[in-house]
Design a protein around this ligand. Structure first.
Ligand code: SF4
Length: 215
């Protein structure tokens, strides 16, 4: 029986997860969303680059807004852009090369690289060829950063997909401590990290008290 794609992980969820597990769960388990100026700018940029289409550039074929899926990982989503480079060592004569367009500067964390690697894992299954590298295009710097999909990045990506499946299957929204990144989070007013983390501290304290009481 074909499994419903409702239970699949969205490629976009991986970036949320690497930023904050609670944010990923609020968006993908609780289906909450609030737009701020950063997310609105990102959305408008993606609407511009995400128009389906294709064209040929010297030495490559380019497809935009490409639907992706991976049965093995139960992963689904869309790539901004996939280039197909001629490659005589590939069984198809072509090698897919995903390019993800990002609004801001290069992030120190792995979130963008993990999302791109997840696209590569989908393309590998869809085309039956190895996809060894892709690129991130950062709007603020107007340049590409090459990303190699090495064993470490593949392992981190598969671990992130597995963790997202776990949150979705349990319908779980983890409580995490407030951190400096909360100030950049568009969901801060829904998440209330200072309140929820405080509640957890209080409930942990209560639990420890109960455990120490002998009945
Ligand atoms: S406000 Fe902080 S804890 Fe809450 S979802 Fe955002 S980053 Fe995570």
């Amino acid at each position: 029986m074909m499994e419903s794609r409702e239970t699949w992980v969205a490629l976009s969820a991986l970036q949320h997860l690497l930023f904050c597990e609670r944010q990923a769960a609020l968006i993908h388990v609780e289906r909450l969303w609030l737009e701020d100026v950063n997310t609105a700018t990102g959305r408008l940029l993606h609407e511009r680059v995400d128009l389906p289409g294709h064209d040929a550039r010297p030495g490559r074929r380019v497809e935009r807004a490409v639907r992706l899926g991976c049965q093995r990982l139960r992963l689904t989503g869309r790539a901004n852009l996939v280039e197909y480079h001629p490659d005589s060592t590939s069984p198809t004569g072509w090698r897919p090369f995903p390019v993800e367009v990002k609004r801001g500067r290069r992030k120190s964390e792995d979130a963008d690289r993990v999302q791109l690697c997840a696209q590569a894992l989908c393309l590998e299954e869809m085309h039956g060829v190895e996809v060894p590298e892709g690129a991130l295009f950062h709007g603020a710097q107007h340049r590409r950063q090459a990303v190699r999909f090495d064993a470490g990045l593949r392992a981190r990506t598969e671990a992130a997909v597995a963790r997202m499946h776990e949150l979705l299957e349990r319908g779980h929204v983890p409580v995490v401590p407030r951190a400096p990144k909360c100030e950049k989070c568009s969901l801060e007013s829904l998440c209330l990290p200072q309140v929820t983390a405080g509640q957890r501290r209080a409930s942990d304290h209560l639990k420890r008290m109960m455990e120490s009481v002998e009945f």
